[in-house]
Ligand binder design. Structure first.
Ligand SMILES: Cc1ncc(COP(=O)(O)O)c(C=O)c1O
Length: 390
């Protein structure tokens, strides 16, 4: 596994093994090629990195703490640390990526920002970044998600964003991405600020890069706290951005096991699930070659999870590759298990997690009961948006 693991990053631009690429209509081809060139040329310069890190520090509130969860640890029987992305400005990891991409958009002279959102966390983070730089912003959100994440809808409006309700399909994240891509094809001069490590190149690479700050901090923090690397790192996974953000730094560390919790919904054996890495098949979906939930004829189908941010039938191509080479174990967590973990963390630690992040907590409780291991859970967001429904 060593050599494969070391090649986990792109083996050629935009590809992770055979997964990835940019399968888009001709009108977007040159646009995405320019964005890719601009990203590689700009995002690694001293000037860009200084501005990015300065904003993460002074505006987002980074570094986010690595918190030793004593009562949860005693309950589970393993030593649990929480990487507190829930404490970021706007309440989730999504802001790391939006700050990175808005700095690119600003340098590209963008006058309009587009984004899709599921749980509304990426929508709020994008509307926030757009307000910060005084750029117009349009957010596509499914009608079903608008109903289940009202707090975030109100926040986006307050931040000055225009919200476009997407009624097609099931009115969830997949449909919001379709609508945003459709609008982008008609308005290629806008900047499309994609919120997860999915879609055509360069988005999976860019999003992973901007989110990798999570793992860089966590690695330093756990060494300070424990004098060693963790035994395991766990994250929830929708499109894959918070997971790849914390995993990147640990992938070359072969003694660190990596786990991700996807939304199993009502169960892997039912049709009401969002467990793409367990049940998906290889296809081109929303601009990239990756895995996707499909019907018997191989056509993409809708997903289901109680967590809007995990309710997506596709998955980022880097995760499809990490699964293929066996570097990350992907498990399904049902709605019921996630809701129980939502309550468990609230009661044991006084921390109300996002229902998405609760999937990672549930997986830790399931896999590490009385194992006495040292674990980091990426607590990707806070649960204010979910309180009303739980
Ligand atoms: C708090 C939180 N965690 C996780 C996710 C899943 O997204 P990703 O897999 O890109 O981290 C979302 C998506 O909206 C979210 O809001």
């Amino acid at each position: 596994m060593t050599t494969q693991t070391q090649q986990h990053t792109e083996n050629r631009q935009g590809y992770f093994g055979e997964f990835g690429g940019a399968f888009v209509p001709p009108v977007l081809e040159s646009k995405l090629k320019n964005l890719s060139d601009f990203f590689y040329k700009t995002a690694f310069t001293k000037d860009f990195e200084e501005e990015f890190i300065h904003l993460l520090k002074t505006y987002v509130g980074r570094p986010s703490p690595l918190y030793y969860a004593k009562r949860l640890s005693e309950h589970i029987g393993s030593k649990i640390y929480l990487k507190r992305e829930d404490l970021n400005h706007t309440g989730a990891h999504k802001i790391n990526n939006t700050i990175g991409q808005i700095l690119l958009a600003k340098r590209l002279g963008a006058t309009q920002i587009l984004a899709e959102t599921g749980a509304g966390q990426h929508g709020v983070a994008t509307a926030t970044a757009a307000a910060l730089f005084g750029i117009k912003c349009k957010i596509f959100m499914g009608a079903e998600d608008i109903k289940r994440q009202t707090l975030n809808v109100d926040k986006m409006k307050l931040l000055g964003a225009e919200i476009v309700t997407v009624n097609q399909g099931q009115g969830t994240l997949k449909d919001a991405v379709d609508a945003a891509l459709g609008y982008y094809i008609e308005h290629p001069d806008a900047y499309y600020l994609l919120g997860s490590a999915v879609g055509p190149h360069p988005y999976p690479t860019m999003v992973a890069h901007f989110q990798s700050i999570i793992g860089k901090e966590a690695k330093k923090q756990i060494i300070e706290a424990e004098g060693k690397l963790p035994d395991s790192v766990i994250a929830c996974i929708g499109g894959g951005s918070n997971a790849i953000g914390i995993f990147k730094e640990f992938i070359p560390e072969e003694n660190v096991k990596l786990f991700a919790a996807e939304g199993a919904g009502e169960g892997l054996e039912t049709k009401r699930t969002a467990a793409t890495l367990n049940l998906g098949i290889n296809m081109v979906f929303q601009g990239a070659n990756s895995l996707c939930l499909a019907d018997d004829k191989g056509n993409p189908i809708g997903s289901y999870s109680v967590a809007a941010g995990l309710d997506y039938p596709g998955i980022g191509p880097e995760h499809a590759y990490l699964k293929e080479i066996g570097r990350v174990d992907y498990h399904g967590i049902t709605d019921d298990e996630a809701i129980a973990a939502f309550k468990l963390l609230s009661e044991k630690e006084g921390i109300i997690p996002a229902i998405e992040s609760s999937h990672a907590v549930a997986l830790a409780a399931k896999l590490f009961k009385d194992k006495n291991e040292t674990i980091i859970i990426n607590l990707s967001g806070r649960g204010d948006k979910d309180v009303e429904r739980m």
